[in-house]
Design a protein around this ligand. Structure first.
Ligand SMILES: Nc1ncnc2c1ncn2[C@@H]1O[C@H](COP(=O)(O)OP(=O)(O)OP(=O)(O)O)[C@@H](O)[C@H]1O
Ligand SMILES: [Mg+2]
Length: 467
């Protein structure tokens, strides 16, 4: 899926504008309806008053005469093209028709004389061109002329235009307010996000050269603090990893320098003059030994660099401890016999581990025990299950390791006996591989050395605890 980056500021500003517009329009519509109702009520009341006045007014036969003789007076009285007035007896020619706007005369049932006029008596019609038309009809008792009917109506042009004006203003004002709010929202958000931009600029400046620098949370908004902490945490881990990596390459360069210088020196010396075949053979044999050691060291270094924790953990299995101990004893039997060492394996339980890594760790410990163990002694490989996992021990007899060395044994390239440094057998990587494997399994590892007995212990947590 292609997700284009979007501007949070713009989105929120638009959202503000939309919300403002929606709420202002709602408010405007409510007020509009209220105003419309009030105007209709007033108009209807005016109509009712007019008809009411006519009722009183026409009760007098003099007035009726006046109507007959001077209808123009009434026309002038009503005064505009929107009003309609008709007075007449039912079924006869009307006495008076005032209809300057030529409006259609609606048919209405009149309110009888004994009923006082009320607002609900006014009837509303769609009118002309969408302009509403209100009308009211009433019966009048006019003495000698008997019962007459009066119909008064009015086209609500003014009201319609007032309301249309009002509507337009609501729309314009809501739009302006929404635009203003969007602009204010945009500016405020842009300002509010300033700490983020400052942090980004700072983070951009952090590199390999200044890995100790940390993002400053001073003045940052509360919401950003977890991000700053997380980022600084990442920097902490990166810095640690970076230092370790630097250390490894320094160590490696140091470790490789001696054997390579040896190879180079010895070969150069040999080339200076012609030698006997035996001398060449001797040189080649010694070179092979040195190269073998280099190859083993590189192999181990690659193993340490390449082990992928995720896949190692995925491939964990429940392994039978007794089988694994037996397998180690079998594997090292020949090598141990050469050194005059006898191997004893025992134990029970289940080991929750990746088989290849577990065997590599145990093999490194057994190889050490045979390498550094005293001749004619015993090498014991054992497994002791407990409630939360299983402890594997590899112990041998030999020289006691001085306590100051013990904490450093698992470091890369660390060797107790410096004189062995150049030996083809000793690279000082075996135990650091054990440590890496145990860390991968979230296990523990340790060593004790007392009274000529050295014991390495590996603890693998059980499967249930792991989950
Ligand atoms: N069982 C042991 N008894 C006495 N010393 C030991 C024993 N195991 C390890 N050591 C000491 O710890 C050091 C580190 O051991 P480690 O296995 O890491 O390296 P190494 O055996 O020297 O070389 P390699 O990389 O070939 O394993 C050894 O050089 C040795 O001095
Ligand atoms: Mg070793």
């Amino acid at each position: 899926m292609n997700s284009r980056p979007h501007s949070l500021t713009l989105r929120l500003a638009l959202l503000f504008a939309l919300l403002a517009f929606a709420s202002l329009i709602t408010l405007g519509v409510c007020l509009y309806r209220e105003l419309e109702r009030e105007l209709i009520r007033r108009d209807d009341a005016a109509l009712v008053t007019r008809v009411d006045q006519l009722r009183t007014f026409l009760n007098d036969s003099n007035t009726l005469d006046l109507i007959k003789s001077k209808p123009a007076l009434f026309q002038n009285m009503l005064g505009n093209r929107e009003s309609l007035l008709m007075i007449g007896a039912p079924g006869q020619k009307p006495l008076l028709v005032v209809n300057p706007g030529n409006l259609d005369m609606p048919t209405l049932s009149p309110v009888t004389m004994d009923h006082p006029l009320v607002l609900t008596d006014v009837q509303h019609f769609p009118g002309v061109d969408g302009v509403p038309f209100a009308a009211l009809a009433a019966t009048i008792d006019s003495g000698d002329l008997g019962s007459l009917q009066v119909v008064a109506g009015r086209l609500m042009t003014e009201r319609t235009s007032v309301l249309a004006n009002y509507r337009l203003r609501v729309y314009i004002l809501a739009s302006i307010a929404a635009l203003l709010l969007a602009l204010c929202g945009y500016l405020l958000l842009y300002r509010g996000l300033r700490p983020l931009r400052r942090l980004a600029a700072h983070a951009q400046g952090i590199g390999v050269g200044n890995l100790t620098e940390r993002l400053d949370s001073h003045g940052a908004p509360l919401e950003v603090l977890p991000m700053i902490d997380a980022f600084n945490g990442v920097l902490d881990r990166l810095a640690t990893g970076f230092i370790q990596l630097g250390q490894v390459s320094t160590d490696m360069a140091h470790e490789l320098r001696t054997p390579i210088n040896n190879l180079l020196g010895e070969t150069q010396v040999a080339l200076q003059q012609s030698r006997s075949v035996e001398a060449y053979q001797q040189l080649l044999a010694s070179n092979v030994e040195e190269l073998e050691r280099l190859a083993r060291m590189l192999d181990n270094m690659l193993f340490l660099a390449r082990t992928d924790p995720a896949s190692a953990l995925r491939q964990r299995q429940e392994l039978d401890a007794a089988d694994e101990m037996e397998r180690m004893a079998d594997y090292f039997e020949g090598l141990a016999a050469d050194a005059g060492i006898s191997i004893k394996a025992h134990g029970s339980g289940v080991i929750w581990a990746e088989p290849m890594l577990l065997r590599r760790a145990l093999a490194n410990l057994c190889a050490n025990a045979i390498k550094y163990g005293a001749p004619d002694s015993e090498l014991v490989v054992s497994a002791t299950p407990s409630s939360d996992g299983i402890s594997l021990r590899v112990s041998n007899q030999g020289a006691t390791i001085a306590p100051q060395h013990l904490p450093k044994l698992f470091e890369r390239f660390y060797r107790v006996d410096e004189s062995r440094e150049r030996s083809a057998q000793s690279n000082g990587l075996g135990l650091s591989i054990v440590a890496t494997i145990m860390q991968l399994h979230s296990g523990r590892y340790g060593v004790t050395s007392e009274n000529g007995e050295t014991c390495f212990e590996l603890f693998f947590p059980g499967r249930v605890l792991e989950r």
